[in-house]
Design a protein around this ligand. Structure first.
Ligand code: UGA
Length: 436
């Protein structure tokens, strides 16, 4: 099969490299010349574990190539994936579909044969219909089926998620679309990964429903964590206790500083907009969005409290460990660390920070935070150390050294990576999330 991937960002690049690894012939296309130049030189535009090696081996095998020329890239392709960004439209939270529609038009104009056009970008219900209309409007003489195939990749675990998916969702309206998609995913089909064929609109909604449900699960356990703190219970045991019920499931029940990233915040907002447009309110998701927004700043205030409250905190310094919205990524989009740092600085607390991969992206967002080149450099002379992101590198800190470097042994662990008893034994004044 020949596959064209339009958009060589996170989703396009990971999906393109994985399809090539399955043995397909893949061209990744992007209009950003410098990105394509860097890819030719083997430099990845994002940090994702294993991606550089996967790209390199498939380029070497002649199955993966890059171009800025859309016409050349889609020439002879059986399937053309649209994997361009759909940022939140400024002001109203709707997904911005400008790039998707631009690509649809150009694909229609430059098609050289029959093809299936697949939307992989996260797009609101009805986008596939509009893509089909735009392509038809170009007057292309070729047979085109427009299919929805949402991605369920987690940053930091994207290659594993692609190759061993819980499910593949395909929304197709005709046999041509279904048959080509069956061939595209044949290698996974043979592994018995379940493939759900459904209608295009249903498939589009599945993506938003999945992310909104996961965001709800996280927000639910975060509120339980607050309650645990008040009643003297342990949220990790609550998660285990409810998660062992197969109807609930144990995943995505880690309490923390609130969800962030490029997906949940944007997709929950876009779902609310769709619900509003169709006059079908989704009140649970509305509450999730509000609770999560409030939570991020509340975590900053938790640190202020650990410093002895508003008066005592002024003029002190906090060392933040971890800035990215989760480990194994350099992505800072909607990271809770931003709100935590901002709340601290608003309270007159100076902030130093260290992150293994995210400091370059964080620096312009947090210009008043001093970036340091190791966790210990950030902690040196600080009055409190705060674990914001659960990078492995923070799971076994030299606690003796940390204690010596701090002016007072205070740790706020927003990811519960340490045990309260161990920390007390090590002489720390230790505050975590949802644990007495
Ligand atoms: C999420 C989904 O998990 C993917 O299935 C989906 O494909 C992707 O969005 C997308 O729409 O593209 P991602 O944003 O990469 O993936 O990261 P997650 O691992 O889902 O984490 C999102 C946020 O939730 C992070 O801030 C994380 O720290 C937080 N989280 C996650 C918790 O606070 N607790 C948990 O138990 C799990």
């Amino acid at each position: 099969m020949k596959i064209a991937m339009v958009g060589s960002g996170y989703v396009g690049l990971v999906s393109g490299a994985c399809f090539a690894d399955f043995g397909h012939d893949v061209v990744c296309i992007d209009k950003d010349q410098s990105k394509i130049d860097r890819l030719h030189a083997g430099i990845m535009p994002i940090y994702e574990p294993g991606l550089d090696a996967l790209v390199e081996s498939n380029v070497r095998a002649g199955r993966l190539s890059f171009t800025i020329d859309l016409g050349e890239g889609i020439s002879g392709a059986d399937a053309i994936f649209i994997a361009v960004g759909t940022p939140s439209r400024r002001g109203d939270g709707h997904a911005d579909l400008t790039f998707v529609y631009e690509v649809a038009r150009e694909v229609g104009e430059k098609l050289s044969g029959d093809a299936v056009v697949v939307t992989k970008s996260t797009v609101p219900v009805g986008t596939g219909d509009e893509v089909e209309r735009i392509i038809k409007e170009t007057g292309t003489p070729h047979k085109v089926a427009v299919v929805s195939n949402p991605e369920f990749l987690r940053e930091g675990a994207a290659i594993g998620d692609f190759k061993r998916p819980d499910r593949i969702v395909i929304g197709a309206e005709d046999d041509f679309g279904r048959e080509v998609m069956r061939q595209v995913y044949r290698p996974l089909f043979l592994n018995e990964s379940p493939i759900l064929f459904t209608s295009r609109r249903t498939s589009e909604l599945i993506k938003y429903a999945a992310n909104a449900f996961l965001a709800t699960k996280i927000t639910f356990i975060n509120e339980m964590a607050d309650l645990c703190e008040k009643v003297g219970a342990n949220v990790q045991d609550v998660s285990r206790g409810i998660g062992m019920d197969k109807r609930i499931g144990s995943k995505f029940l880690h309490a923390g500083p609130g969800y962030g990233g490029s997906c949940f915040p944007k997709d929950t907002l876009a779902l609310l907009k769709t619900a509003e447009d169709y006059d079908s309110p989704t009140r649970i998701v509305e509450a999730v969005v509000k609770v999560n927004d409030t939570r991020k700043r509340a975590m900053g205030r938790k640190v202020v409290d650990a410093l002895g409250g508003t008066e005592a905190a002024r003029g002190k310094r906090a060392a933040l460990l971890g800035l990215t919205f989760k480990p194994n990524t350099d992505d800072m989009r909607d990271s809770p660390a931003i709100a935590v740092a901002q709340t601290l600085m608003d309270a007159g607390v100076a902030v130093t920070a260290y992150d293994p991969e995210g400091m370059e992206a964080a620096a312009p967002l947090l210009p008043d935070v001093t970036m340091c080149d190791s966790p210990y450099a950030a902690i040196d002379g600080a009055d409190v150390v705060v674990i914001v992101t659960e990078w492995d590198a923070f799971r076994a800190l030299d606690l003796k050294r940390v204690k010596q470097l701090l002016t007072q042994p205070v740790m706020v662990d927003l990811r519960n990576i340490y045990k309260p008893d161990d920390m007390r034994a090590a002489g720390f004044d230790y505050v975590s999330v949802g644990r007495a």
